[in-house]
Design a protein around this ligand. Structure first.
Ligand code: 13P
Length: 251
């Protein structure tokens, strides 16, 4: 039985004071939730303060990216050691915004995934097609290719730890959500690919989140699909009440 996993990707929002206000408002709203795994992913500059605020709570801390390198001359990068040092247990990797605006490739993703796993950080690996790719009938090719190449550094025995987030690019921040059927179809295809790569038992254990305009009003139906094991939430994770409603919908 896969435990649902709801994570909030704050993207480039919130200074430290706003970040603290948000998590302090969120904590009591979800304090009674034990059957859903919960994480927030603030910007790097807020991680330490948010980690302090989350101590003793049921909310985990994720970074929005992680360097593939251990340390050294990598200006602007943040290493796995540094993330662990401030209390991160998870890292989002290969978000479509990183791919789109910062040129990240599946090869970069696979290296970052390796660095995360080597340091006991759970990778949340994002995949998803653009609207043009969907309209050209290439959704499966694109998404399954990203899964296979992005996870090429993952060993069979560690696969069950990895989280995948299927985020159709056309649904991110647009208010247009994939229908539950559209999402389920891709999630099922991803799970088949995971079975091919890592075996049926690992594939059955791996969580696949959906992301793209998830809100309280559509969460229940999406999360009710057989292969949708949680959500990676952008905009709606910036309001404690909205994010909490999504978490409660996953119960
Ligand atoms: P929105 O929920 O704002 O569409 O963002 C989704 C996302 O990109 C989460 O990583």
């Amino acid at each position: 039985m896969r435990k649902p996993f709801i994570a909030g990707n704050w993207k480039m929002n919130n200074t430290r004071a706003a970040a603290l206000e948000l998590v302090n408002a969120l904590k009591p709203l979800v304090a009674d939730v034990s059957d859903v795994e919960i994480a927030v992913a603030p910007t790097f500059t807020c991680l330490q303060d948010v980690a302090e605020a989350l101590k003793g709570s049921n909310i985990e801390l994720s970074a929005q990216n992680i360097s593939y390198a251990k340390n050294g001359a990598y200006t602007g990068e943040i290493s796995a050691d540094m993330l662990k040092d401030v209390g991160c247990t998870h890292a989002i990797i290969g978000h479509s915004e990183r791919r789109q605006y910062f040129g990240e490739t599946d090869h970069d993703v696979s290296k970052r995934v390796r660095a995360a796993l080597d340091n006991n950080i759970i990778p949340i690996v994002c995949v998803g097609e653009t609207l043009a790719q969907r309209e050209a009938g290439k959704t499966s090719d694109v998404v399954l290719g990203q899964v296979e190449n992005g996870l090429s550094s993952v060993k069979k025995e560690e696969a069950a730890k990895v989280v995948i987030a299927y985020e159709p690019v056309w649904a991110i921040g647009t208010g247009v959500t994939a229908t539950p059927d559209q999402a389920q179809e891709v999630h099922a295809a991803i799970r088949l690919k995971l079975a091919e790569l890592f075996g049926a038992d690992n594939a059955a254990a791996m969580r696949i989140q959906y992301g793209g305009s998830v809100k309280a009003s559509n969460a229940k139906e999406l999360l009710g699909q057989a292969d949708i094991d949680g959500a990676l939430v952008g905009g709606a994770s910036l309001k404690a009440a909205d994010f909490s409603a999504i978490i409660h919908a996953a119960k």
